[in-house]
Design a protein around this ligand. Sequence first.
Ligand code: 8YV
Length: 320
Amino acid sequence: MSKPVLLVTRKLPPAVQARAARDYRAILNTDDVPTTPASILAAAEGADAIVCCSADRLDATVIAALPASVRVIGTFSVGTDHIDLPAAAARGIAVCNTPDVLSEATAELTMLLILAAARRAGEGERMVRAGGWTGWSPTQLLGTQVSGKRLGIFGMGRIGQCLARMARGFRMQVHYRNRGRLSPDLEDGAFYHEDDASFLAVCDVLSLNAPGGAGTASWLNAERIEMLPQGAIVANAARGTLVDDAALIAALKSGRIAYAGLDVFRGEPALDPGYLGLENVVLLPHLGSATTETRDAMGHLALDGVDAVLAGRAPPNLVR
Ligand code: 8YV
């Protein structure tokens, strides 16, 4: 029996590509050319399965135009906001993602954003690199200590809970806002808030760790920024769509928000140019899960899901 055809839309880690090529007639993107809806559709001709990434747009139009042979999409991401799930369900295409394996890496990156923003690491690095450091000074680049402060986590899923564990190492008091309250063992002493006002009022540091999509679109807007303590710190390693950029930029300019660390942007790799001139924001290029260990694990998990669906088994990572 000939092997099924698998389209892999982007260049994945070597071990993952080797497995795909071993088990499938794999269509690989060895030059890692960014995709368009048209390029995905052209490459998917005859495919039984697709492994895609969060930078690929699989909206309702693309899903509707996929060949009838496609039975499963495994996304190399935990987020699924780039895939029209109802459209996939309507065509009977299963969707699998990569939960759990990226939680530690993404929480680490969130902690990095918080620390880099609070301790002005971006400004310091730029100064040293530009040859502008003239020597140590008692009042140079004074930031904010995060140890002992209150951390508010918006979206207490796997990544949020992992961040909470890391933050406890900094003696941070953890507060959270979530679709529902966690069980006491998962909550692990974190304070649950039933409304935005009580939650935001205690966020010395606010971290966004909720999924993207319509339910969280522009959640951090001017009105909610006003509910934060003066001089709060904001970190976003989730999705750029959670933030009203104009409101955040205005708050960073006025000092209402002291510092921000952003790893994700609405319409990335484009971002609101208003951020670029601001010293008090640290900007990273969507590095959340970007460790060798994690990207290997993500690739293998995406392939596990594809393997299972094509073999008629229930995948452990089916998106419902
Ligand atoms: C991934 C992410 O690295 O998994 C997600 O949803 O946002 C990232 O951490 C990226 O999306 C790769 O596809």
